[in-house]
Design a protein around this ligand. Structure first.
Ligand code: FAD
Length: 404
């Protein structure tokens, strides 16, 4: 077996799982494996809505990357990647340059604002731990200011969430629990608070079973959350958002907080890497390699794969990112042994969307579940993701056990 240099960018679900799979399957002398990540911690992106709402501390959603790596097999470098050049086989970071024989790009997602005026500047996005902390602190600041102001501006207490997809709905579920706590903490009458979800599409949670969607909407409405569906946000300003409510009619919603959760794209570094891409996502070959670059693999949200059954891309999920990582590790080992690579075949087990701490909806292995059952299933899925990367010790340290 040839001793090759494998460089992995990003320690999210995709990148970190690739590293962990390789360290399990390769000996120390088989390859030089380097993992580069901007922070020295991994965060559970699928828990960020909880940190953003303030129902979970930012500390709880992250863990030390080195704690799950075997230092003899994988070298960890904390650095921010600043450029990728696949033609020159070179990666630049704020701490220096790296070359590679094989590259795995797993730099994750960024919020997509679809060019809507002002969103980049005035809306917050649940993109990483720092951004989640910023949203939490921003909402708390608005409540604190309302309490202190002599002339009360109730719009401080309006939270607009753009997007009724998975992230938007999960965030609203947490807000449903968090708002009563905030009201108590900051002496705010709850009827002054307005939480409004604005969605451009004519439906909530596209792709979910209509009965489950109905359950989710009723549950959130029972917590006082309002929905404005089929009404695109057309502009964000420092005061709030402008919404298109009809052919020629618009509404302006004054809001102290606007959180944009209506779409993701791949990491912008893909766009200047030399690899063909669509909104920073690479339509990968069947074995997860970048077209035209047999030494480059793409994992997670930077990869685009078409589900041929429905002729649409698979949604970017942690579930798929971790499965891709397993295939990529196997294919890297195959290449080191001069063997053939194999195709990635997603094993879709369904999905569960949380609606706050003890409620959820799910479609798991073809079975529809709601309420406590679905919420317990969600926590089992969360704990399983920890187990796959860090085994039982990580589950004991970071797992979710407040099942009821
Ligand atoms: P990420 O997990 O985003 O990791 C990317 C890594 O790259 C990060 O560590 C980041 O710090 C690092 N990085 C980025 N830029 C640089 C740089 N320039 N230099 C160095 N390092 C860098 N999916 C599900 O399957 N189930 C769910 O229930 C679910 N819920 C979600 C809830 C929320 C609120 C959100 C936001 C997403 C959710 N998802 C869910 C989607 C899931 O989180 C993503 O699909 C998944 O995180 C993609 O994994 P990844 O490895 O591609 O990227």
């Amino acid at each position: 077996m040839k001793r090759a240099k494998i460089l992995i960018l990003g320690a999210g679900y995709g990148g970190l799982s690739t590293a962990v799979n390789l360290q399990k399957k390769l000996n120390a002398n088989d390859a030089d494996i380097t993992l580069i990540n901007k922070n020295d911690y991994h965060y559970e992106s699928t828990w960020l809505h909880e940190a953003a709402a303030g129902t979970l501390s930012p500390e709880d959603v992250r863990y030390d990357i080195k704690s799950v790596l075997n230092g003899d097999r994988v070298q960890f470098v904390q650095a921010a990647v600043t450029g990728i050049d696949v033609n020159a086989r070179k990666v630049t970071t704020d701490k220096g340059e790296h070359t590679y024989d094989y590259l795995v790009i797993g730099l994750g997602f960024e919020g997509e604002t679809f060019g809507i005026e002002g969103l980049d500047k005035y809306a917050l996005s649940i993109a990483n731990v720092g951004a989640a902390r910023q949203i939490r602190e921003h909402i708390e600041y608005q409540f604190a200011m309302w309490s202190q102001d002599e002339v009360k501006d109730d719009s401080r207490l309006t939270i607009v969430v753009g997007g009724a997809g998975f992230t938007g709905i999960e965030f609203l579920g947490e807000l449903g629990n968090r708002v009563p706590e905030l009201c108590k903490e900051f002496d705010v009458p709850q009827e002054k608070v307005r939480v409004l979800c604005v969605e451009a599409a004519p439906m909530v949670l596209p792709g979910f079973d209509p009965e489950l969607v109905d359950y989710a909407v009723r549950h959130l409405e029972s917590k006082g959350i309002e929905f404005s569906i089929g009404t695109p946000v057309v502009q964000a300003t420092p005061e709030g958002v402008k919404i298109k409510t009809g052919e020629e009619s618009f509404d302006f919603v004054k809001a102290g907080t606007v959180v944009w959760a209506a779409g993701v794209r791949g990491n912008r570094l893909i766009e200047t890497s030399g690899i063909e891409n669509m909104r920073a996502r690479v339509k990968v070959e069947k074995d997860m390699r970048a077209p035209g670059f047999p030494d480059v693999f793409i994992v997670g949200d930077c990869a685009l794969m078409i589900n041929e059954e429905v002729n649409r891309p698979y949604p970017p999920t942690a579930q798929i990112a971790m499965q891709q990582a397993e295939t990529i590790a196997e294919n890297l080992i195959a290449l080191l042994k001069n063997e053939d690579t194999h195709a990635f075949v997603p094993q879709l087990k369904g999905s569960v969307c949380s609606l706050g701490e003890h409620d959820a909806i799910g479609d798991v292995m073809g079975r529809k579940i709601t309420g406590t059952k679905a919420s317990i299933m969600k926590k089992i899925i969360d704990n399983r993701a920890l187990y796959m990367i860090g085994g039982a010790p990580l589950v004991m340290k970071k797992g979710k056990f407040n099942l009821l």
